[in-house]
Design a protein around this ligand. Structure first.
Ligand code: PMP
Ligand code: GLU
Length: 385
């Protein structure tokens, strides 16, 4: 039997900590443990009925075949209009690609642009899959750390950018920190992108999950639509994680690269799910506002609750995570999360999964009903008392 069965590309990446921990939590729950799963970032709400009805209608109409690889023209038009209207991005139908979730779009974008040894800037803490996508492409990561003192906003990144930088990945609202990048921060990055001639991959999946703050798309700044791939999806805003549907707007040359990968990997996003996406994006948006106001209640409750038991954390402006410094309570986040699992049946994601410099942080997802959050605060309090 061969020794080197797995490719270097696979050997060099870690599994997804967010998905692994979610699996651990759900396995324990299925065995009867009283688990509270604060690991995965997945809205616990049901997908709104009018969206499900649109998918059912499409199925009944026989909409069960391949669509064009770029996506159904009607959906691409809806997306282009949305990006123009809500995000002020100068894009058009020709620049839109639909895929099975934002994650696959990110994978395709990075693999379309990055060659062996080329540099990608990731701002730590960063969502777990960017690092893996860059490594699969053979790229080199230049990690730039953000800090809690700056509310996790990237500040003086120009000192770490150089002419070799080909791409920076941005994610605002941010997973895991909950930071929402200010207009000044985004303007600074846009100016650097033009000066140093690098591209921007802007992951805006949490765009709508934002509290008392304004989401700004970097592609809306002058000259930036030509150098930005804006990725978004319906998983978080419409509680549609299992439907696997997302979209991106990209400069034509990059879009053509992504299209080739899509053609040779998944062909297209599921046809009837594309109908559901059209209905979600063109229908009434009250469902989104209702979910966001519930997330806000949970955020306020959890931040107060954790601060009251001595776990200090910031009030995040977006997404549905708290990123908490646990250095007063354990050697590192892995020790802390193990303790929480063993003694409290609580599943959380250790900070080292999100890049260097956050070994003492833990990510807590509050996409969980408030009664469970109350119970979680009680259990954490008892363990660290
Ligand atoms: N980006 C970020 C920051 C995420 O947290 C996630 C997790 N769902 C994704 C992208 C991928 O989302 P999707 O379900 O659309 O693939
Ligand atoms: N993005 C979510 C998270 O961070 C879902 C899991 C994943 O795709 O990573 O938990």
């Amino acid at each position: 039997m061969r020794k080197n069965i797995l490719s270097n590309r696979v050997n060099f990446i870690k599994d997804s900590a967010t998905l692994r921990l979610n699996d651990i939590g759900e396995q324990l729950r299925s065995k009867g443990a009283d688990i509270i799963n604060l690991s995965v970032g997945e809205p616990d709400f049901d997908t709104p009925k009018f969206i499900k009805d649109a998918a059912k209608k499409a199925l009944d109409n026989g909409d069960t075949h391949y669509t064009p690889s770029l996506g159904k023209p009607r959906l691409r038009k809806v997306v282009a209009e949305k990006l123009k209207k809500d995000n002020n991005i100068d894009t058009s139908y020709e620049n839109i690609i639909i895929s099975a979730g934002a994650k696959h779009l990110i994978y395709m974008a990075i693999n379309s642009i990055i060659d062996e040894g080329e540099e990608v800037v990731l701002l730590s803490p960063a969502w777990v899959s960017y690092e893996a996508c860059v490594k699969i492409a053979g790229g080199r990561i230049n990690w730039i750390k953000t800090n809690i003192e700056d509310q996790f906003q990237p500040t003086d990144i120009q000192d770490n950018i150089n002419k070799k930088t080909k791409l920076i990945v941005l994610n605002s609202p941010n997973n895991p920190s909950g930071a929402v990048y200010s207009e000044n921060t985004l303007k600074m990055i846009a100016d650097l992108s033009i000066d140093y001639d690098f591209f921007v991959l802007s992951d805006e999946i949490y765009e709508k999950i934002i509290y008392d703050s304004k989401h700004i798309s970097i592609a809306s700044f002058d000259q930036m639509a030509d150098r930005t791939i804006t990725v978004n999806g319906l998983s978080k805003s419409y509680a549609m994680t299992g439907w696997r549907i997302g979209y991106a707007s990209a400069p034509k040359i990059i879009l053509d690269g992504m299209l080739k990968i899509q053609q040779h990997s998944i062909s297209c996003a599921p046809s009837f799910v594309q109908e559901a996406a059209i209905s979600a994006m063109s229908g009434p948006q009250d469902c989104v506002n209702e979910m966001v106001s519930e997330f806000k209640k949970r955020r306020d409750f959890l931040v107060d609750g954790l601060n009251s038991i001595g776990l200090r954390c910031l009030l995040p402006k977006g997404a549905f995570y708290l990123f908490v410094d646990i250095s007063d309570f354990a050697e590192d986040a892995n020790e802390f999360s193990e303790k929480m699992l063993k003694e409290g049946y609580l599943v959380m994601t250790p900070g080292d999964a999100f890049g260097p410099g956050f070994e003492n942080y833990i990510r807590i997802s509050y996409a969980v009903p408030i009664d469970k959050l109350k119970e979680a605060v009680k259990r954490i309090g008892n363990i660290i008392a």
